[in-house]
Design a protein around this ligand. Structure first.
Ligand code: NAD
Ligand code: TYD
Length: 359
């Protein structure tokens, strides 16, 4: 999409969609903690992925929580109209995190992903056009598909994703996010929407649902169970701490050009096997004490992000020591057993139905 000239935004009011989930709730905490002048409203459908405890106590800091769906045209229109009319001391923005976010679930219920991720984004974009509100769309590096493993000698093996990488999504999750990115760009070009897009790599940190890779292994280890790695475990993800992601989102909100796309990553490429070895060491266990289980169909091999577009905005990651960030995350899960116990049970019963331990 065609980018407009850069100018500084002074955002004083945000509607955070998906603010009761992992990254969105960390965004709300960080915004309340570092930008007390910003008024925050959360719109969240409170699906299985949300946890009301994620926002506990924030109402005392002026955070308003609305339970509802980004696909609800009338509700979204009302909230964005209110956001526009009350932002006279600065600018308003929608920060759009809400999504169905788990690839394994997309294998079982793909249409839900299309509905929430694709249609929901279009509903928000249309309302933002109508009321002249800026939209920041939080997307994923998975829209670019995957890369060959480093050192394999295959074309692209030493590449990372850039803002010019072609879209090649492989799952319905990543395809639904890719469609949403395209819709945002179309609303910018043909409807005059003010919008920015960020595509971030894999996040870790507190409040991530135990269905996801690192929390699944961490909570399992706390319960005394061995980590479970899909297939060969050589798949590589580019890990970033959730606070670094959210600081980068604020950098884009403040200084990103409308129509611009920013790739967020923290030079954190690691294979899944490396991750479980690091976790085993943190738990005082033999590094190679993990099991291999049924692989994920269509499993992407490697993601890697060239973050120069967001670094040009002055952002740099603070969590540059992965084992240290991982150790802090493990401490959070040890200290918050009540937060994850039930959701872990639910996630595990679905996993165990379809996983077999490989010989
Ligand atoms: P999450 O699953 O933890 O949270 C998603 C939140 O969205 C939940 O609170 C859920 O209740 C809410 N939601 C779902 N459907 C909704 C609807 N129809 N209306 C309103 N709310 C709805 O996800 P996450 O990991 O926090 O991811 C947040 C965003 O960041 C997603 O858009 C995801 O694609 C993107 N992203 C995630 C990662 C990652 O590593 N987790 C990396 C890059 C980008
Ligand atoms: P996940 O957290 O689902 O994120 P994404 O699919 O968006 O990258 O998975 C991260 C990686 O970990 C991915 O390669 C799949 C793998 N994985 C396992 O090996 N074991 C598990 O139990 C899970 C949930 C994921």
């Amino acid at each position: 999409m065609v980018a407009s000239p850069r100018r500084l935004r002074r955002i004083t009011r945000v509607l955070v969609t998906g603010g009761a989930g992992f990254i969105g709730s960390n965004f709300v905490h960080r915004t309340v903690g570092t930008r007390p002048e910003v008024e925050v409203t959360v719109l969240d459908a409170m699906t299985y992925a949300a946890n009301p405890a994620n926002l506990a106590g924030l109402q005392d800091h002026g955070v308003t929580v609305v339970e509802g769906s980004v696909c609800d045209v009338d509700l979204v229109d009302r909230l964005i109209r209110e956001l526009a009319s009350s932002a006279d001391r600065g600018e308003a923005a929608v920060v759009h995190f809400a999504a169905e976010s788990h690839n394994d679930n997309a294998l079982r219920d793909p249409l839900r992903f299309v509905h929430t991720n694709t249609e929901g984004t279009a509903v928000l974009a249309e309302a933002c056009v109508r009321h002249g509100v800026h939209l920041h769309h939080v997307s994923t590096d998975e829209v670019f598909g995957d890369l060959p493993l480093r050192g394999s000698g295959l074309p692209g093996a030493e590449d990372r994703f850039t803002v010019d990488s072609p879209y090649r999504p492989s799952s319905v999750y990543s395809a639904s996010k890719a469609s949403a990115d395209h819709l945002v760009r179309a609303f910018v070009r043909s409807h005059g929407l003010s919008a920015t897009i960020s595509n971030c790599s894999n996040n870790y940190g507190p409040r991530q649902h135990p269905e996801k890779f690192l929390p699944r292994q961490i909570t399992g280890l706390i319960e005394g169970e061995s980590p479970r790695v899909y297939g060969s475990g050589e798949n590589v993800r580019d890990w970033i701490h959730v606070d670094d992601h959210n600081d980068a989102v604020w950098a884009v909100l403040d200084r990103g050009v409308s129509g611009g796309t920013y790739l967020i990553g923290a030079d954190g490429e690691r294979s899944n096997v490396d991750c479980v070895r690091a976790l085993n060491v943190l738990f005082g266990r033999p590094a190679d004490d993990f099991v291999r289980v049924t692989d994920r169909p269509g499993h992407d091999l490697r993601y890697a992000v060239d973050p120069s577009s967001v670094r040009e905005l002055g952002w740099t990651p603070r969590y540059t020591d992965f084992p240290e960030g991982l150790a802090a995350t493990v401490r959070w899960y040890r200290d918050h057993r009540g937060w994850w116990e039930t959701s872990r049970k639910d996630a595990e019963s679905a996993y165990r139905d379809r996983e077999e331990v490989l010989g």
